[in-house]
Design a protein around this ligand. Structure first.
Ligand SMILES: [Zn+2]
Length: 142
């Protein structure tokens, strides 16, 4: 189970969660994810299977690394998100699975810079796909 960030969640309803389950209250931007070496960043919309609480959760892969690219996972017909929901204690039942809905944002690193604020990410709408509840791609992005 992911960490429950009580002090942060007391501040209100998060807009999105990073890959580690940290609640975020700012607008989602690919530079704001937890992974400072991310080469691809996706934001996936999903619901708690138990209470239908909505989550927007970031997923990333590294560069350079042995990670499979998120774009390749999507091309193979799968959601880039796997794992468990951020912990907001929405239900008593632990181990809830997500009902996946859509990759709502997808970005690819276009230009690396040692200074993080100067990284350039480009949005790639073709990877913003609709998903089945268990994370299969059912419709390509526009
Ligand atoms: Zn729930």
């Amino acid at each position: 189970m992911k960490q429950y960030f009580e002090d942060l969640l007391e501040l209100g309803k998060p807009i999105w969660f990073d890959e580690t389950g940290h609640p975020r209250f700012c607008k989602f931007k690919p530079k704001r994810v937890h992974n400072t070496d991310a080469c691809e960043v996706a934001l996936v919309k999903m619901y708690c299977e138990c209470c239908l609480a909505e989550f927007k959760v970031a997923v990333t892969c590294d560069v350079p690394s042995n990670d499979v690219l998120l774009s390749d996972i999507i091309k193979s017909g799968k959601s880039p998100f796997s794992g468990e929901l951020p912990n907001i204690r929405c239900c008593k039942w632990d181990g809830k699975s997500p009902i996946q809905v859509k990759v709502i944002r997808f970005y690819k690193l276009k230009k690396y810079h040692i200074i993080r604020s100067k990284l350039v990410f480009k949005r790639k709408r073709k990877y913003e796909v609709i998903l089945t509840p268990d994370g299969e791609v059912i419709k390509d992005g526009v």
